[in-house]
Structure formats: structure tokens, C-alpha cells
Ligand binder design. Structure first.
Ligand code: PEP
Length: 254
């Protein structure tokens, strides 16, 4: 049985003080998580304040990105060692905003995936199609390429450190959500591709989060789908009650 995993991507939002308040507000509610794994993913500069706010709670601290080199002359970048030093447990790789706003390629994502897992961290690899790709019936092909290229060279013994987030780009921050049928269709496809990359048992154990305008009001039907194992949440993770509603929906799944 896969443990549901709900992670909140705070993106480039909040002041340090606001991030600490939000972290403390969530930590205070950890008693109602109902067996769901929960993570919050603040901006780099807020990691320390959020770590302090989460202290003593089971909430995982995450990072929105990382650079693949260990250290050196890479101005503006952040290493896995720096993230470990901050108490980070999981790292997003290939979020659509990094792919499509900042131009990250599958090859770069693959280097980051290796850096993250080699550091002993959990990697949340994000995949998903743009609207024109969905309209051209390319959804499966896009996800397949992002999975195959992103996971190139990753041994199945490392699968326990991997989480996949299926995030249709057209649904992120747009108020548009995939229907539960659309989500399930792609999640099932993704699991099938993971079985080809690793093997069926490994794929069956891997968690696949859905992301794209998940809210407390639509989380229940998305989580009802057999291959949807949690959520990667943007906007709705900035409000304690809304985020808790999503966690509760994930808890009722299992
Ligand atoms: C995201 O940032 O990964 C995301 C899914 O954002 P939102 O929930 O705001 O669509």
C-alpha cells in the first residue's frame, strides 16, 4: 500500500515571517494528518525559518530546486549539501515553471535527479504536458520522454527515494483542474512507463502525486482515483485550512 503524500509548493511567495507563521500553523495541526505524509516547500531563503516553525512536527521540509554540482563557482546556485544542512528532506526537480519559464531541459533534470538521490534526499520529479500538447494528443509522449530522460541511469534500488508528480501545465495556477478521469488516465500511463523503466513491483510502490489547482473542494475526487497517491499543491498550500482540507481528503483515501 502506498502512503499518500501531500506537498505544498510555496513558490516565490511569502515573507520570512509569513512563512514561519504558516509553518507553525501547519505543525500545530499535525495531529489530524491521518497517516498522510506531508511536506512544505518554501523558497530557499525561508528554509531556516520554516525548519524552526516545523520543529517537533512530522512535516518534511522540501526545496524547490537544486544545482547538480557539489560546490564551486556557480553563482546563485544551491547544492544538495546546503539543503541537507538546512534539514531538507525532499527536492522538486523539473517543476513546469522551471522547465517552461526558466528553460530547464530533460538532460539538466536528469543531472539534478542523480544529485538529489546520491545525496540521500527524496526527489519529486515533475512531469506534464502543455495545453497544445494535450490538444495534439501528445500527453502520453511528453510524459514518457520526461520520465525516460529524467530517470536515465537511475537504478531501481533508488526508487524508494523517488516520487513522481504529474502536473498538467495547463492546470497549474490556472484554476483549471484535470478531471478525475483525466488524472487517473495519465497516472496509470505513468505507472506503466515506470514499470518499463524499473519493473512492475517497483512501479507499484512508487507514489504519483497529482498537481494543478488542487483545492480542498476538488481533492476528494482526485484522491479517489487508484493511481493518484497524493498531491503537489501550489496556491492552496498557502492557507492552513485549505491545505488541511487536501490532507484530509488524502487521508480518507486509504
Ligand atoms: C504547483 O506549483 O506545483 C501547482 C500545482 O500549483 P497550483 O496548485 O497553484 O496549480
Amino acid at each position: 500500500m502506498r502512503k499518500a503524500f501531500v506537498a505544498g509548493n510555496w513558490k516565490m511567495n511569502l515573507t520570512k515571517n509569513e512563512a514561519g507563521v504558516l509553518a507553525r500553523g501547519l505543525a500545530a495541526k499535525a495531529g489530524v494528518f491521518g497517516g498522510v505524509e506531508v511536506g512544505v516547500i518554501p523558497a530557499f531563503v525561508h528554509l531556516d525559518a520554516v525548519r524552526a516553525g516545523l520543529e517537533g512536527s512530522p512535516i518534511n521540509l522540501g526545496a524547490q530546486d537544486v544545482y547538480f554540482e557539489k560546490n564551486g563557482a556557480f553563482t546563485g546556485e544551491i547544492s544538495t549539501a546546503m539543503l541537507l544542512d538546512m534539514g531538507v528532506k525532499c527536492v522538486l526537480v523539473g517543476h513546469s515553471e522551471r522547465r517552461h519559464v526558466l528553460g530547464e531541459t530533460d538532460a539538466l533534470c536528469n543531472k539534478k535527479v542523480h544529485a538529489v538521490i546520491n545525496a540521500g534526499l527524496t526527489c519529486i520529479l515533475c512531469v506534464g504536458e502543455k495545453i497544445e500538447e494535450r490538444q495534439a494528443n501528445q500527453t502520453f509522449n511528453v510524459c514518457k520522454t520526461q520520465l525516460v530522460e529524467g530517470l536515465k541511469g537511475v537504478d531501481k534500488s533508488r526508487a524508494g527515494q523517488l516520487v513522481i508528480a504529474y502536473e498538467p501545465v495547463w492546470a497549474i495556477g490556472a484554476g483549471l483542474t484535470a478531471t478525475k478521469e483525466q488524472a487517473q488516465e495519465v497516472h496509470k500511463y505513468v505507472r506503466g512507463e515506470l514499470a518499463k523503466i524499473f519493473d512492475q513491483a517497483t512501479a507499484d510502490g512508487l507514489r504519483i502525486q497529482y498537481g494543478g489547482s488542487v483545492k480542498a473542494s476538488n481533492a476528494g475526487e482526485l484522491m479517489s482515483q487508484p493511481d493518484v497517491d497524493g498531491a503537489l499543491v501550489g496556491g492552496a498550500s498557502l492557507k492552513v485550512e485549505e491545505f488541511l482540507g487536501i490532507i484530509t481528503a488524502a487521508a480518507s483515501k486509504r
